[in-house]
Write a protein that binds this ligand. Sequence first.
Ligand SMILES: [Zn+2]
Length: 471
Amino acid sequence: MMPLSITFHGAAGMVTGTKHLLDLPDGKRILLDCGMFQGEGPASNALNRRFGFDPASIDALVLSHAHIDHSGLIPRLVAEGFKGPIYATGATMDLSKILLLDSAYIQENDFRYDAKRARKQRAAMDEVGPLYGTADVEPAMELFRPVPYATPTEILPGVTLTFLDAGHILGSASVHLAVAGREGVKRITFSGDVGRYVDRLVPEPRPFPQADVIICESTYGDRDHPPATAAEEELLGHVQRVCVQRQGRLIIPAFSVGRTQEILHALNKFFNEGRLPRVPVFVDSPLSINATGIYRKHAGLLRPEIQKELETDADVFGFPGVEFVREAARSKELNTRPGPAIIIAASGMMDAGRIRHHLFHGLPHPANAVLIVGFCAPGTFGERLLQRPEVVHMYGEDVPVRAEIRTMESYSAHGDRNELLRWISCQDPSLVQRVFLVHGVDRAREGLAGLLSGRGFRHIEMPKLDQRFGL
Ligand SMILES: [Zn+2]
């Protein structure tokens, strides 16, 4: 018998690449999430090409939610030999399918573009290829086994999995494993990404049974979000100022899953109340359109207040004046279209997707504004824009940044430090043997570690990449 252990193969001292490997006493291996590293430049690419373990040796994968930094390497894991089941909620399964296809498509496209440019410049091309292609997604999807919330399910002999709503995005879960061993049952909780205790689309994070070991995210472990009650009014204020008073464009880079639907829901509410100015709204992202369809399909998972709205408004994400743009040609038309508009496009961190074209055309004009509503990881274009540079480099050109750059952190899908403490407050700290802080930069982890030890939690660890701990 081997000792129970956990090894952190990602999101250790950073926010992306979540992969936590549990080695069980009977030799079985469970992987918690299989996320992609993002925003670290060439380092991400190198990190994404090594798992730190043999994919074929994994017996089961448990997926907390569909975001690419948690799910993005699943097709590569499968292509490299993983054959076990993938446990996730049904909504996570549906969202993973469109997100993974999108990720594969972007990688294939980028690779073609890079290869073409290298040929033109007669430069030596680093022939590494995409991490996976669109053809790798379907074999991965076949391994998914949907598990509803709050339904204990035996996933391996002596290992019971329960998902509880983490309130982060549709389908998001914290993962609770009960592992039977010689000395009794070990309860291991992995937070996934913890959501908000405020009025949003998805319900509040659920309390969870007493755990022995907790693996907790710490994205905002050292920060407070501004009060969320004002978020929607603040959004309306930006629309008024930019689109009505200045006749400019309000460009909103938004994650296709979660943030886009939050914004659409707020705008829909203003429309129903007769408060939305007559400004065309464009959702310029096929992925966002697909994701919105999945939100509609799983509307039963949304907050009770939303269920109530659905009784009188069959579509809480759509209203007259909003156009969902699928065709690339139509997207290009928007770049030169005169007049005010609200443009919602992905990606949220601005490293890829149609948002790049809107920024390229929109940044030089002072009437416009970019409204950053999501977390931008270090190294991403979004993070650079947050520093309000005078010029950015895009598509081989220097682009002056004259548009207003604003942020609205209240739309964050991640709980702040108070919300993380609230999530963990259902626990008796004296019974928790170990807390591992992941998914946060060191400053955030240290902040949260201080707060947790103040609440009586002991043995708080801040794992490094590939670090292993006996449990
Ligand atoms: Zn997430």
